[in-house]
Design a binder for this molecule. Structure first.
Ligand code: GRF
Length: 202
């Protein structure tokens, strides 16, 4: 069984979707850790499902580097094959990122490189785009920048609010995240410059 560690800070709907996919055999993997920078609903969901949890609070460390190093060690202890950032609201220092080459992915609620950052849904709505969506990408040293594995569009409706649009994005991103995990775990992802090539299934 392959091992997934998930980084969370929010409500944990994506964590739950991953756990469901594992339970239902759609992903040949198990979630070995839910780690967060804070107490949050996502950790409660994890505990309900008997997934191990860890909180590594930023305020307990002198700087982001030291915090990232501790978080790295907490995650490494579980020997994950894949690390997923799913609604994790902190920027990871290179000392974390470099520990998980080709097996650290992020989920972002916009079609990158459009609307990076913490308010992607609001920014897309305010800009007035007619189509936004969701992106699964490898994490590199820049925020919301690494090579893109998968993207899926979502149409903006006339009467959308940030909440209604985000809700429709989240429906799409749950499936996309499961697919992204599958590609990495099956070893089908190759990076060519900034471009990702997906090998066909074995
Ligand atoms: C998702 O929309 C994700 O793309 C963004 O934060 C949200 C997390 O939702 N980065 P949840 O905590 O998985 O419910």
């Amino acid at each position: 069984m392959q091992r997934i560690a998930v980084l969370v800070s929010g409500s944990g709907t994506n964590l739950a979707a991953l756990a469901d996919a594992c339970d239902e055999g759609r992903l040949a993997a198990g979630i070995v850790l839910a780690a967060s920078d804070r107490e949050c609903l996502a950790l409660e969901r994890a505990r309900e499902r008997d997934i191990a949890t860890e909180v590594v609070g930023v305020g307990d460390f002198p700087d982001r580097e030291a915090w990232s190093r501790r978080l790295r060690d907490v995650v490494l202890e579980r020997e994950p094959d894949l690390v997923v950032s799913a609604g994790f609201m902190r920027i990871l220092a290179p000392v974390f990122v470099d520990a998980f080459p080709m097996r650290l992915i992020n989920l972002h609620p916009a079609l990158l490189p459009a609307f990076p950052g913490a308010h992607a849904v609001r920014d897309a709505l305010d800009f007035g785009v007619k189509v936004t969506g969701t992106t699964v990408h490898l994490i590199d040293h820049e925020v919301d920048h690494g090579p893109i594995l998968l993207q899926e569009p979502v149409k903006v409706r006339e009467d959308d609010t940030e909440e209604t649009l985000h809700e429709r994005i989240k429906v799409v991103e749950r499936e996309l995240l499961v697919e992204g995990c599958r590609l990495v775990l099956e070893g089908r992802v190759r990076v060519d410059g900034h471009r990702v090539r997906i090998d066909p299934p074995a």
